[in-house]
Design a protein around this ligand. Structure first.
Ligand SMILES: Cc1cc2nc3c(=O)[nH]c(=O)nc-3n(C[C@H](O)[C@H](O)[C@H](O)COP(=O)(O)O)c2cc1C
Ligand SMILES: [Mn+2]
Length: 518
């Protein structure tokens, strides 16, 4: 199947009346679905269609890996070998495409919207309360909206379906098989009925069975445990959506608190509610605009070997025992697009997704800890290995307080190395961080080890999921912290000399070298 008819068809579809007024949305209309985003990417020269037949076994990875590293476009493989379904990859593989996905010119605009919301959370006086009303209405308008049907139900297969119809990647040579890498795994908390959406890779075992790689600290795993505690021989219903509008796809990786609905957050990001429709065979709602939906269950007493899998770390994660997903029904669009991504040696597409998450949640961190000036998670730190935090230091031991705060803040608990620097260090500049951190250290005094939960993917930890973490206090040391010596100033040229040299410059016969600015 090709999707040559795609553009014409979606263009002729009428645009739904907008849920919010123009003032609230800035006149934007949320992407209806994945194909509306594809059109936008294509119109902006951010997507390349590939007609050549390419094998989803290894070959697509090699192409996507090269494209992402080179800052290349999203890739739509129209003829993946062995499948009639086209495959989209690298859709969010650059800062520009993440901004396009969220319909902002810079990701900080999302952060500003969040800051605005947080400001209104605890109103003091009557005027503040009145001012808050439109904000609350706005929040309410982001709740997912139930609809009766949707394009994800254009084809319903309760029987005779096969996962092998889709161009599912075998990503890297030592992978145990094909893996669905961008599934939105939807479950309900068996105790509260609250929905969770998480991206947990799924190893294909056969036509209708996969692994369910929710790591032990993730919300899907918690639902599984609670259901098992109630009935060890029962099952938990699961629905999996693959490919939807980009905010909904991104919502599956967001590290938000348990029992907070990722689809609600997607509604906030796209400024329009996610429309959900009841699945065919399980009591779970799925995004109506999804390309593909897999419905089924996970037995609470069944585990199976999963992996190895070439992972975010740039190394293979080893085999492990994980639950098994049994598919009872597949629904999809008449001409579905299979959306996927690869992970591997950094940076990959997930770096750009993770970077968006870092920027989006900075205001939330700052609300909890106003002393935080900025944070950075460089690509080489693959999120859980390194976080650099700049703080406005106010009291002795402040840097250590922040380390402990990071280790108790949601998924930031996994951070293997936390580096705390003073407010005047640019954490986005890795060279400056290395330079100033190393200069500020008396290692024995400034490094602190703690034990605690670590990322499942950390292959160096002494045990899976449990190990040590390190905090580096790279702030200036104070007398009140027992540092008796004076702390030197950083070298900066005085402004007067710099001005004089600016005037002199043309007479020197040198190219225009930039002036080092502090
Ligand atoms: C491409 C990609 C693949 C991922 N695969 C997994 C996975 O296999 N298992 C897992 O537990 N988390 C995985 N994650 C991270 C989770 O999606 C992320 O931690 C998310 O916040 C989990 O949702 P939850 O907090 O609702 O559990 C992946 C993230 C990305 C971007
Ligand atoms: Mn969650």
């Amino acid at each position: 199947m090709t999707i040559s008819g795609l553009q014409g068809r979606s263009k002729s579809r009428p645009v739904r009346p907008h849920a919010l007024n123009v003032r609230e949305t800035g006149g934007l209309v949320a992407y209806r679905d994945l194909r509306a985003f594809i059109e936008k990417l294509e119109a902006g020269g951010e997507l390349k269609r590939i007609r050549a037949e390419v094998d989803p076994v290894l070959e697509i990875t090699e192409i996507a890996d090269r494209a992402t590293r080179a800052g290349g476009p999203a890739l739509l493989f129209e003829n993946p070998k062995g499948s009639r379904v086209p495959l989209l990859i690298n859709a969010l593989g650059s800062e520009k495409r993440v901004n396009l996905a969220l319909e902002v010119s810079a990701i900080d605009e999302v952060a500003e919207r969040i800051s605005g919301m947080l400001d209104f959370k605890s109103p003091q006086g009557i005027f503040e309360k009145i001012k808050m009303l439109p904000k609350l209405a706005e929040l309410g308008s982001f709740f997912p909206k139930n609809v009766r049907s949707g394009p994800c139900k254009e084809v319903v297969k309760r029987d005779g379906f096969s996962l092998l119809d889709f161009p599912i990647l075998k990503c890297w040579p030592q992978d145990a098989g094909r893996f669905i890498t961008w599934p939105l795994v939807i479950t309900k908390n068996p105790e509260t009925g609250k929905r969770n959406v998480g991206v947990y890779r799924m190893q294909v075992y056969d036509e209708r069975t996969t692994g369910m790689h929710w790591q032990t600290q993730k919300h899907g795993a918690e639902h599984f445990r609670r259901a098992r505690a109630a009935n060890p021989d029962g099952r938990i219903e699961v629905a999996v959506a693959i490919g939807a509008d980009p905010a909904t796809c991104l919502s599956g990786i967001l590290p938000i608190p348990p029992d907070l609905d990722e689809f609600m957050f997607a509604g906030f990001l796209r400024r329009e509610p996610v429309e959900v429709v009841q699945a065919e065979t399980v009591d779970i709602e799925v995004p109506a605009n999804a390309e593909i939906v897999l419905e089924g269950y996970v037995n609470l007493n069944e585990m199976r070997t999963e992996g190895p899998f070439g992972d975010h770390t740039g190394f293979y994660s080893l085999e492990g025992e994980y639950p098994v997903f049994h598919i009872t029904c597949v629904t999809h669009r008449r001409d579905p697009i299979y959306m996927t991504t690869i992970v591997g040696p950094p940076p990959q597409e997930d770096f750009w997704m993770g970077h968006a998450v870092e920027r989006i949640f900075l205001p939330v961190m700052k609300m909890q800890y106003p002393e935080i000036v900025d944070v950075a998670m460089p690509a080489e730190g693959i999120f859980h290995n390194l976080m650099i935090v700049a703080i406005r230091k106010s009291y002795p031991g402040h840097a250590r307080k922040i380390m402990n705060a990071i280790w108790s803040l949601g998924q930031a608990m996994f951070t293997k190395v936390v580096v705390v620097v003073d407010h005047d260090v640019d954490v986005q500049n890795s060279r400056e961080v290395l330079w100033k951190t190393l200069c500020a250290l008396d290692p024995e005094r400034d490094i602190q080890f703690v034990m605690g939960p670590v990322d499942t993917l950390d292959h160096a930890a002494r045990m899976q999921d449990f190990g040590s973490k390190m905090g580096i206090d790279a702030t200036r040391k104070w007398k009140t912290e027992g540092f008796a010596r004076p702390w030197p100033d950083e070298i900066v040229m005085d402004a007067e000399t710099q001005k004089k040299v600016d005037v002199l410059w043309d007479s020197l016969g040198l190219p225009k070298y930039p002036c080092r600015k502090k």
